[in-house]
Ligand binder design. Sequence first.
Ligand SMILES: Cc1cc2nc3c(=O)[nH]c(=O)nc-3n(C[C@H](O)[C@H](O)[C@H](O)COP(=O)(O)OP(=O)(O)OC[C@H]3O[C@@H](n4cnc5c(N)ncnc54)[C@H](O)[C@@H]3O)c2cc1C
Length: 488
Amino acid sequence: MGETQMKNIEADVVVIGAGGAGIPAALSAVENGAESVIVLEKRKTVGGNAVFANGIFACESLIQRRAMIDAPKDEIYKKAMAWHRYSSRINPRILRAYINKSGDTISWLMKRGIEFEIGAQWRLNYHQNPCWHVIKGHTPLGRFAPVVKSLTDECREKGVQILLETTGEKVLRGSEGEVVGVIAVQDGQKFEIKTKSVIITTGGFMGNKELLNKFFPFYDESFGGLVVPHEGDGIQLAAEAGGALDDVATLVREHGLTFTKDHSLGQAARQPNAIWVNKKGQRFLDEASAEQSQICSNAIIRQPGKVAYAVYDEQMIEEVMEKGWFLPHAPIRPIPSDLKEILQNEVANGGEVKISDNWDEIARWIGAEPNVLKATITEYNSFCDHGYDEDFVKERRFLAPLCKAPYYVIKFGVLLIETIGPVRINHNMEIIDKNDDPIPGLYAAGVLSGGWLSDDYCGEYLFGSALSYSVNSGRIAGENASLYIKEK
Ligand SMILES: Cc1cc2nc3c(=O)[nH]c(=O)nc-3n(C[C@H](O)[C@H](O)[C@H](O)COP(=O)(O)OP(=O)(O)OC[C@H]3O[C@@H](n4cnc5c(N)ncnc54)[C@H](O)[C@@H]3O)c2cc1C
């Protein structure tokens, strides 16, 4: 980009970050009257983490209505608020604005020819089975990457300029505090874009250890992360422009096999009939609660070294190979017929799996006292014999003794999916300052902004909400930004 060209850049709205929130924000801004929109994207391609996603949460959508799925927004909102216990981290208006918009967003996508997969399992009433498979229910054909492509193509057709490999570096404010421009960097060259409105949508900060340590007191560098490790640029962009930050953000996490080479083994740790022990060789939870992965990651975080070991006997492994993985709410049980081979390969390749007939050897591998591990197994087997888990009341149907050697042990830990927050906004997606007053012309959307989740991801009622919130908040920010410039 040449010097002269740089001086002339001007736009009604500048969006910083072309991912799950940024692309919908740009499109909404144009749809709602912004005449010129520029999107800055730091990487070579658009999409951010949104290209990896499967589906999005929505309620009262056309798809749900057609499939006779009862997913009332008022009730889901109230349940989600109760789930979050009116946490001080939650702004109920933000959650409400997002949930209210979600059904309309499905129509907004369908108008663009996007089709959604909907199977027989969706035809349940969520009152009978309030599980995420039912409530989420909106998986575009081909998952989300084609959606990103389609919305990006439309942006370009409508004249949105998408500048790739261009980093948004600073938001400029005028004498009355209003947004007046953005400093961006391309090919090492800085340039200014004059604008009245900026939407920051730079995603999370999983790639920034300093920020992870700062915003999560329990963060540990042993946690594994997924895919695109964003650096959290938007936090500094917002803070430098006067935006307030929450002290703590939300870490969306699961338990997962962060230590084995074959991540397809992730499901192994979730089998309710296995037992989980910590480094001391002690059980620490009802393993059948593993379906709710956030709960399990919380339990693992409390263990020494923040790791856990799933233990199976030969019979359990054979049962999985015969009947498939147990997935509580899924209609099918995928069968990993080569499971034993996968586990043996892990051992051969130095992965974090142990197979042995000998509990002393297993205990030494874990780092536990052999007597402690053996006592755990003996006690658990006696619970199975009596049909009652005295320690954690695991459901009787999942109580199976570990008695047929060899025993299989898989080490696993916490897997980070996404960070949420800590930029403070209001329900119009305006970034607010320390006095809770909006900064004129400055918006944030997507996972950079908090206030719609408390400490944990509300998987029960809003599964698929990281991306769903991003798309919906992006749309709301785009609408409000164009309204703002019309009024200016
Ligand atoms: C493997 C995987 C699967 C997932 N599956 C699901 C799912 O099924 N359902 C669901 O709801 N969620 C899912 N998520 C989470 C979801 O994809 C994200 O939460 C969502 O994409 C966040 O949207 P965003 O716009 O905030 O950030 P992103 O989509 O990550 O986009 C941020 C963009 O900003 C750019 N950027 C950063 N800094 C700058 C800067 N300074 N200047 C310019 N550009 C910048 C980045 O390069 C990136 O393109 C998944 C995530 C992963 C990793």
